[in-house]
Design a protein around this ligand. Structure first.
Ligand SMILES: O=C(O)c1ccc(O)c(O)c1
Ligand SMILES: [Mg+2]
Length: 611
């Protein structure tokens, strides 16, 4: 089916919006009135611009407060409407959207509304256009899809149909019973379908709609369920995104349009209207790559965590450090990169690297060159919205390129013995428990959708985390078995350095032993205030000596219905720090309850070191 996007969903000038919609692959646009009024282009020029860009204009909108009016008011409304109909014709569009009235003058009289809509439709037809009547969820008298449809049916005019808008429908639906009957509307009387999702918020519906709409799959509505009903009704018009969102209004139109199309493709896939290569969810973390201009502190932390440098890249200044199944690449080149230390790439074990890359490509993810340098193993890689490079790996799988082929065993440097003070095994790092990646503030919803749609990870609920200097939002995406867990985090505004951290959480069997071993090897743990442990003592019962060990080492504790979570943190190097995690009994969380204390402790630690 054809895809379309309302210009109100994108930022910038009308020209910028049209260009972004076209580049992202949309077939058409809805022109929002303000975008036209503010444009220096004539309607004919807008029409020509769209044609040049390969876009049709599928809708002009909105017309407001034109129905259910006293006679004199209605006569004025018809005059206004004729101007809009003519404009719509000049744009080369054939449909004008009419929102249900919010005017205090509007009368609660369905027959009057139907009669006036029929007269407006008659006038519209004289200009070669038709009217799509949409119930705003806050309409004065008409506020539900079935009410709008009843009026349209009773008006019985060929140039009058209804416009279904998923936000207005689903924001008011108490359950599937409120959607029953959509599939019985004659398909050719559904003149238009607007799609928007939204997070499930308990708030005034107008504010909710105007500020919090998001692209399908980024909120809590069952868009696929609604779309199936509309398709069953026989609707054949465009699938059009109409998203009012404060963040998108401030973000670059190009990436937003790509995010929008990815969302729509994923929705189309879920109802059988598109068939990108099937998802091949990752089965583990092959490696994490840190890029640093300051290798010594990174090596010191990794050494204290029990990692050993086992191999070096054949052609680049990249070291492989390993401990258990956890592998970390430390990249110290090329010179002139951004200062500091950051997590630049993640290798994900993929059951089908090329299939996963083809899916990513079909869902508009930037696919990176397979070889980064001559001689490198040809690895499939895509870029996440935040720029993190995601390599799709087949470690040790015969017949497929192995990233390790680029590495040769390192000569153990003299004097680096295995970490001092470790009883083998007790606190040893086993593997990566999770990665936590701070997203640019305007890409949080996009990131969650990307990881779900492109990688096949399942998003969990989003949680708010208080930071002393702001509020973070955090949302985990993971495989069902927990083999890959990524926590996406974002600050409420452009973030400072601390909020912009990334971290690697390492799974251990015994976090107390791991923390002691780290200290014995010269590592530093993030100190946690005594008040926190006093509070823990009041909330939980611990075995003798347990809490004392947590106090001493800065270990945090959490519990859910499934099990327990014990964790502590290293110092931060550049943007990166490490967490040691003991996850027992199938605990599903990430220590979100402890995050405010951790964030405050990190701010305090930064103050102390002045860095
Ligand atoms: O918020 C509004 O006014 C508005 C306008 C036009 C629409 O199609 C809509 O869904 C909402
Ligand atoms: Mg709408």
């Amino acid at each position: 089916m054809r895809t379309s996007i309302a210009t109100v969903s994108l930022s910038g000038s009308l020209t910028e919006k049209l260009t972004a919609a076209s580049r992202a692959g949309f077939d058409g646009v809805e022109i929002f009135e303000n975008d036209l009024l503010a444009s220096p282009l004539t309607p004919e020029e807008i029409r020509a611009r769209c044609a040049d860009l390969g876009l049709t204009i599928d809708l002009y909108q909105p017309m407001r407060d034109v129905e259910g009016l006293p006679a004199e008011e209605f006569a004025r409304a018809v005059r206004r409407a004729r101007h809009k109909f003519e404009l719509t014709r000049r744009l080369g569009a054939d449909t004008v959207l009419v929102c249900s009235s919010v005017s205090p003058l509007a009368v609660d009289d369905d027959d009057l509304v139907a009669g006036q809509l029929a007269r407006l439709a008659g006038a519209a037809r004289e200009h070669g256009v038709r009217l799509a009547y949409e119930a705003l969820a806050w309409g004065r008298h008409v506020s539900t899809w079935d009410h709008a449809w009843r009026v349209v049916r009773n008006a019985d005019h060929p140039a009058l149909g209804t416009c279904l808008d998923s936000f207005h429908i689903l924001s008011r639906a108490r359950g599937p019973e409120d959607l029953e009957g959509i599939e019985d509307i004659p398909g050719d009387k559904i003149f238009f379908l607007q799609l928007a999702d939204a997070p499930l918020l308990a708030m005034d519906v107008l504010q909710w709609s105007r500020h919090y709409r998001c692209f399908p799959g980024q909120g809590g509505f069952d868009l696929a369920g609604l779309l199936r009903r509309v398709l069953r009704a026989g609707y054949t018009g465009p699938l059009s995104l109409e998203v009012f969102n404060d963040v998108f209004r401030q973000s670059e139109a190009g990436p937003t349009a790509v995010d929008a199309r990815r969302s729509l493709l994923t929705l189309q896939e879920s109802v059988g209207l598109a068939a990108p290569p099937a998802p091949a969810p990752p089965t583990g973390v092959a490696f994490t790559e840190l890029v640093t201009t300051d290798a010594a502190p990174v090596a010191a932390v990794l050494g204290a965590l029990g990692f050993t440098r086992t191999a070096r890249h054949r052609g680049k200044p990249v070291d492989l450090w390993e401990c258990g199944e956890a592998r970390i690449l430390v990249n110290t080149g090329p010179a002139g990169r951004r200062e500091g230390t950051r997590l630049a790439a993640v290798g994900l074990e993929s059951p089908d690297p090329s299939g996963a890359a083809r899916r990513a490509e079909a869902l508009l993810a930037p696919v990176l060159p397979r070889r980064r340098a001559p001689g490198d193993a040809p690895l499939e890689a895509v870029a996440a919205p935040d720029g993190t490079e995601l390599f799709l790996c087949a470690t040790g799988r015969p017949g497929l390129p192995d990233w390790r082929a680029d590495f040769e065993a390192a000569q153990p440097p003299t004097g680096t013995e295995p970490r001092a003070g470790t009883e083998p095994g007790a606190g040893a790092v086993r593997r990566v428990d999770h990665l936590s990646l701070t997203q640019p503030w305007h890409q949080f919803d996009e990131a969650a959708l990307f990881h779900r749609a492109v990688l096949g990870l399942r998003p969990q609920e989003s949680v708010d985390v208080a930071d002393p200097y702001g509020l973070l939002r955090s949302r985990a995406v993971s495989t069902d078995d927990g083999a890959v867990r990524i926590v996406l985090t974002v600050g409420a505004a452009p973030v400072d350095d601390t909020a912009h951290t990334q971290h690697i959480a390492l799974a251990v069997d015994d976090v107390v032993a791991a923390a002691r071993a780290l200290r014995a090897a010269g590592g530093t743990l993030l100190p946690i205030p005594a008040n926190y442990h006093d509070d823990l003592a009041a909330r939980f019962e611990f075995a003798d000596g347990e809490l004392e060990a947590y106090r001493e080492l800065g270990i945090l504790y959490d519990r859910d219905a499934h099990g327990e979570f014990r964790h502590c943190y290293t110092r931060t190097v550049g943007r990166v720090f490490f967490e040691l995690v003991q996850r027992d009994g199938g605990h599903r969380g990430y220590g979100a309850a402890n995050a405010p204390v951790r964030l405050a402790a990190q701010h305090a630690a930064r103050g102390l070191t002045g860095g």
